[in-house]
Design a protein around this ligand. Structure first.
Ligand code: SAH
Length: 215
């Protein structure tokens, strides 16, 4: 598909997200700039700008653009913020955050996905720190974070992640059973104080790890 066609589709997607209620201009601008076609499997390039989740390798998914936009808006990212993402997957969500000027750290449990995402980050000249491991434990050496975003479904809020938030920092995470979750935003209001907000229903692949699902 010609580059101009992708550009036109990208613009249409931004308008669609706007009509669905996304208002943060930084989020819309990042989605309007990034080539999502580079993050999907070759067979799905023509669908890269449909507002749907798509399959990627390791039986995982690249999140629906609306979900990415909604969660990113909730994080309230400012340029220079340190943001930790759990569940690198295709790398698209991390790329959106980096395009918004965040200092991004991302963790993925599958080696193949981790490596594929690193290659895309390099090809697109995005400076993102990535590692392969159990993200339910966070990435403490680079914390605390102004934002933590979990893009897989957790049975509960992992305490390791809450503890790696800076005071005033936000954690956006889907919590529920394996079929259906509610999105939560947890704000660290003090050293030992957190406030939580329950938001919309979503459906994510499971978060598997020490403070997630066993399998
Ligand atoms: N943010 C991704 C969405 C990927 S789907 C994107 O933009 O494409 C969620 C990802 O979370 C999957 O790749 C899955 O392998 C990963 N995951 C699940 N449990 C994890 C864990 N404990 N640590 C790190 N990654 C995990």
């Amino acid at each position: 598909m010609a580059l101009t066609t992708y550009q036109a589709k990208r613009r249409e997607l931004v308008e669609e997200l706007r009509s669905k209620g996304i208002q943060d201009s930084q989020v819309l601008q990042a989605i309007g700039t990034l080539p999502r076609e580079e993050f999907v499997l070759p067979a799905f390039k023509a669908n890269a700008y449909d507002d749907t989740a798509l399959p990627i390798i390791c039986k995982q998914t690249i999140s629906q653009p609306y979900t990415v936009a909604y969660m990113t808006e909730l994080l309230g990212v400012q340029p220079g913020d340190r943001v930790l993402e759990i569940g690198t997957g295709s790398g698209y969500q991390a790329a959106v955050l980096a395009t918004m000027g965040a200092c991004v750290f991302t963790v993925e449990r599958h080696q193949e996905l981790h490596e594929a995402a690193c290659k895309i980050f390099e090809a697109l000249n995005l400076s993102i720190a990535a590692y392969r491991g159990d993200g339910t434990l966070g990435w403490s050496s680079f914390g605390p974070y102004q934002g933590i975003i979990v893009t897989a479904a957790a049975p509960d809020v992992p305490t390791s992640l809450a503890n790696q938030l800076a005071i005033g920092g936000r954690l956006v995470i889907p919590v529920g059973d394996k079929d259906q979750q509610k999105l939560y935003r947890v704000v660290r209001t003090g050293e030992d104080d957190f406030s939580g907000e329950e938001l919309e229903d979503f459906r994510f692949v499971p978060l598997i790890g020490r403070q997630g699902w066993e399998k």
